[in-house]
Design a protein around this ligand. Structure first.
Ligand SMILES: *Cc1c(COP(=O)(O)O)cnc(C)c1O
Length: 384
């Protein structure tokens, strides 16, 4: 089966991991700090904090913004459950803003309408988490223009989008946000096995995130209550977690990062092959704004809803490992007791009913892509 996504691990990646394994510190060594700096530099952001996953990064980002019981966090239904769960970990409530089905991203008009209503009822969110679906940045300038005057914080869930650009700056520069979160799960653009990084322009938020990922502990005398700490002394300043990335993972991440731009260029080439092959057919694509360079984590097509299940089964039968991104989060059984039901976010549901994700990864060969294209063209011919 051709998978929908897969990591590429080179000989240089393996050498980097072996070297890390042979060094004295295999966790909390120099490579984590080097990886954080390299991501921050790549993104043009002053601070990077590495964590054990993007989920952990989203949780810590919410905690540093003091999200807690009584607070409200907004995200979109068209995402992985982690974008919503991070608020629930903090005891906060979640709500959703509908998407624009032509991009898969948060709909700015829906956000404006929901904010107007929330101002009226006095229930504004503390944080909003836009998701850069499939690797294409949301319209961050418009989102910030609506939310910043109301004092709402912004966490970009860029789990799909490292290597992508918005207004000619790397995603992660945090021009319009408080944090950006990346995932390095193996299906994403670059991998550390499991892992995530958050970037920010705010030093205090970065320092608090560093502490929260390691039990809330500081070893920095400047951040301690004790006036004359002994050399072995440390302080737990608040309740944190073990959300650390290892040096072994960071070694892989550093090596992967050096290949990021070529990975993203290859993904864009594969995407343009798909677009060319299916132009003038009933297969539709997500639209990209002029301000966006996508990292193409996913290649999503839109097909008639009545054909979707059959097409999925036929492509799987032809050894093509298609997927669907995403089942609307508010449809999940675990969100029902929170008051959510089908029909509440119609654009996300409309989009979902027509979506199929085709295989897209750096090592997808020309002959594999040709097999996918020819199989799909033959199937699409029979649609009304
Ligand atoms: C993958 C993903 C996450 C979670 O990433 P992990 O590193 O696996 O925790 C969060 N949000 C989105 C949109 C994702 O695709």
């Amino acid at each position: 089966m051709i998978p929908y996504g897969r990591q590429r691990i080179s000989a240089a990646d393996i050498d980097a991991v072996v070297e890390a394994l042979q060094s004295p510190l295999i966790t909390q060594g120099p490579r984590v700090a080097a990886f954080e700096q390299a991501i921050a530099d790549y993104c043009h952001a002053p601070y990077g904090v590495a964590l054990s996953s993007a989920t952990a990064a989203l949780h810590v980002a919410c905690l540093t913004l003091n999200v807690g019981p009584g607070d409200l966090v907004w995200t979109v239904p068209n995402t992985f459950v982690a974008s919503a769960n991070c608020a629930r970990y903090c005891g906060a409530e979640v709500d959703f803003v509908d998407i624009d089905p032509t991009t898969g991203n948060l709909c700015v008009q829906a956000l404006a309408a929901k904010l107007a209503h929330a101002q009226h009822t006095g229930r504004l969110p503390k944080v909003i988490i836009p998701v850069h679906f499939a690797g294409a940045s949301c319209d961050m300038q418009a989102i910030a223009a609506l939310t910043k005057p109301l004092g709402i914080f912004i966490i970009e869930d860029a789990s799909h989008a490292i290597g992508g650009r918005y207004q000619n700056l790397p995603v992660g520069a945090c021009t319009y946000s408080d944090f950006t979160v990346f995932s390095f799960h193996p299906v994403k653009i670059i991998t550390t096995g499991e892992g995530g990084v958050l970037t920010t322009r705010n030093q205090a938020l970065a320092e608090r995130a560093q502490e929260l990922r390691s039990h809330g502990i500081t070893r920095d005398p400047k951040r301690m209550e004790a006036k004359h700490p002994e050399p072995w002394y440390y302080e737990q300043r608040e309740l944190g977690f073990n959300y650390r990335m290892t040096d072994i993972q960071a070694a892989l991440g550093l090596s992967q990062l050096s290949q990021l731009d070529t990975f993203v260029a290859t993904r864009n080439e594969l995407a343009s092959q798909y677009r060319k092959a299916f132009s003038n057919t009933k297969v539709a694509f997500l639209q990209l704004s002029e301000q966006v360079y996508s990292s193409y984590h996913l290649f999503v097509i839109q097909v008639p809803a009545a054909q979707r299940l059959q097409l999925f089964n036929d492509l799987r039968a032809a050894n093509i490992g298609v997927h669907v991104h995403y089942i609307p989060v508010h449809w999940q059984p675990d969100f029902r007791p929170l008051g959510f039901a089908r029909g509440q976010f119609p654009q996300s549901e409309l989009y979902y009913n027509q979506a199929i994700t085709l295989p897209l990864y750096v090592d997808l060969s020309a002959s594999e892509q040709e097999h996918i294209i020819q199989t799909l063209l033959a199937l699409a011919k029979h649609w009304e």
